[in-house]
Write a protein that binds this ligand. Sequence first.
Ligand SMILES: [Zn+2]
Ligand SMILES: [Zn+2]
Length: 338
Amino acid sequence: MRGAVLYGPRDVRIDERPDPRIIEPTDAVLRLSATCICGSDLWPYRGLNGASEPAPMGHEYCGIVEDVGRAVTSIKRGQFVIGSFAASDNTCPHCRAGYHTSCAHRQWVVGAQAPFLRVPMADGTLVATQELPSSNQVPSFLAVSDVLGTGWFAADAANVKPGATVVVVGDGAVGLLGVLSAKQMGAERIIAMSRHSARQTLAREFGATDIVAERGDDGVARVKELTRGVGADSVLECVGTKESMSQAIRVTRPGGSVSYVGVPHGVELDGAELFYTHVHLHGGPAPVRRYLPELIQLVQNGRINPGKVFDLELPLEQAAEGYRAMDERRVIKTLLRP
Ligand SMILES: [Zn+2]
Ligand SMILES: [Zn+2]
């Protein structure tokens, strides 16, 4: 089969790769209906992770079960399934506590920018829809696999409650779906921090009540002004830089909660500053698997349409252009059709 491989900084190619097959009896092989490029793929793409050898790319996926190993019991051939970027057994103590991304048997899923994908621990990792989706539902189911799951965890970890005032730092796909998630959880006021008009429009469509275009000290001052000097109850940090984390902590009210779901790059916290802010911090790689059944239901019922974050759709063969468009921030998120 042909799939996306990163050879070096800004060098993604569609290359011949071995066809995935069942290796462990608990595996499944999927024929992917759609896949996509993640904001986190841009770190290695920009050469910031120091990867040395060619790396198969992609970890967001949904599709039809093509084959299962002999030990797989709940997942069947022909089902439409969604899984997370972290394969998990769904039975160990960490999974049972809801932290599937810390599963004792966790395996990161790689190589999903391809027509076929091997998924380990299929019974634990995958969740099937009740019926096969229509083609216009596929982007929303694909979003559930990571960006919506991560935005939802961001809102949950920031303790968003009905009536809450929420700030979302970051206007990438995860931040935008953090807005949607906070809205679903009953937030009354949602302040999205964004400087890009197309993203501001989508943030409003997803439920943002206010937009703050300023950053740094000015951004903090503007949020304080909007909240009558109090700060927000819940703040979702969806970027992963020192600046965004600092901004998130500084716009939170004493006793409020900050979640952080962007892979951190250079984030350092000042213990004394943290001590005097009284904020709760909770984040990490989102345990998307915990939320899959609920989010699949919301998409199935047409209650949410998270697939709107995909503003570019390309054949998989043109993945390189998809990366370029996201790298240059010309688009929010690229969907690839295998
Ligand atoms: Zn991702
Ligand atoms: Zn586990």
